[in-house]
Design a protein around this ligand. Structure first.
Ligand SMILES: Cc1cc2nc3c(=O)[nH]c(=O)nc-3n(C[C@H](O)[C@H](O)[C@H](O)COP(=O)(O)OP(=O)(O)OC[C@H]3O[C@@H](n4cnc5c(N)ncnc54)[C@H](O)[C@@H]3O)c2cc1C
Length: 219
């Protein structure tokens, strides 16, 4: 019988299989991708200034990018992405309304474990977006859902809330990445973002193809 793990291929080896090479200290020393802070809004009214994809950045990109992922506090002037799918597909929201998905990259749970301030960061982003678009979002909110790195960790067992799993540093790709076949159990295989080839939806689809080929070859 073959067994697959779609759980994170690095943290599964550490947390479930208790492998020393993947103990908590070693896992924390690896380079993990960003944690998402996400807001889902249903808004009454049409936001004319918005497109399907929108990025809201500041002028200090390098400083921001250099510090944001290792900070222990929420960003005061956050950079964020807004997806308004009702701009392309009107069935995404009731007539005369918009649906907004907002993603702000934030530090993972190694650096910021307490998200009691989630409403403050959400309000900060909503106010900034209102100012930049000239649309009073706060007065027109119909629904609002916030997900912090803590929620992402709990929902999908994402290590420390890292949204895309292990990063693609040179020492974390190819032969250096956790393998899609277990080192000890010959019938245990891994699929998904933190095994080969890497993170993101296209890569994890390729990952499933690679592991299927590997199993077929093992027979
Ligand atoms: C907010 C956000 C936005 C993203 N945006 C993009 C994007 O725009 N483009 C892109 O390419 N990628 C994006 N990604 C990344 C992409 O979603 C992931 O790379 C991809 O989903 C990883 O696939 P996977 O199969 O490895 O893991 P997952 O899709 O996380 O599936 C793993 C499954 O295993 C379950 N599981 C975990 N541990 C256990 C366990 N111990 N026992 C039982 N079940 C378990 C989880 O609940 C989950 O259902 C985003 C991720 C997030 C969080």
């Amino acid at each position: 019988m073959d067994i697959f793990s779609n759980s994170d291929a690095a943290s599964f080896r550490g947390k479930i299989l208790q492998r020393e090479n993947f103990n908590e200290k070693k896992l924390d020393d690896l380079h993990w991708t960003l944690s998402p802070f996400t807001i889902y809004l249903g808004v009454k009214g049409k936001m004319d200034g918005m497109l399907h994809h929108n990025y809201f950045l500041g002028s200090n990109f390098k400083d921001y990018a250099d510090t944001i992922f290792t900070s222990s506090i929420s960003p005061k002037k956050p950079y964020y992405y807004v997806n308004v799918s009702s701009k392309s597909d009107e069935t995404c929201a009731p007539e005369g309304c918009e649906n907004l998905f907002i993603l702000c990259p934030v530090p993972d749970l190694r650096f910021k474990s307490n998200w009691d301030d989630k409403e403050d960061l959400a309000n900060n982003i909503i106010e900034d977006l209102s100012n930049r678009t000239g649309f009073d979002i706060k007065s027109n909110i119909i629904t609002k859902t916030i997900k912090t790195p803590k929620d992402w960790e709990q929902m999908f067992n994402l290590y420390r809330g890292s949204g895309l799993g292990l990063a693609h540093d040179l020492n974390q790709v190819g032969a250096f990445r956790p393998k899609n076949k277990d080192e000890h159990f010959s019938n245990l295989y891994y699929v998904g973002a933190s095994t080969t080839p890497g993170t993101g939806l296209p890569m994890v689809v390729i990952s499933s193809k690679l592991v299927t080929e590997r199993i077929n070859n093992d027979f």
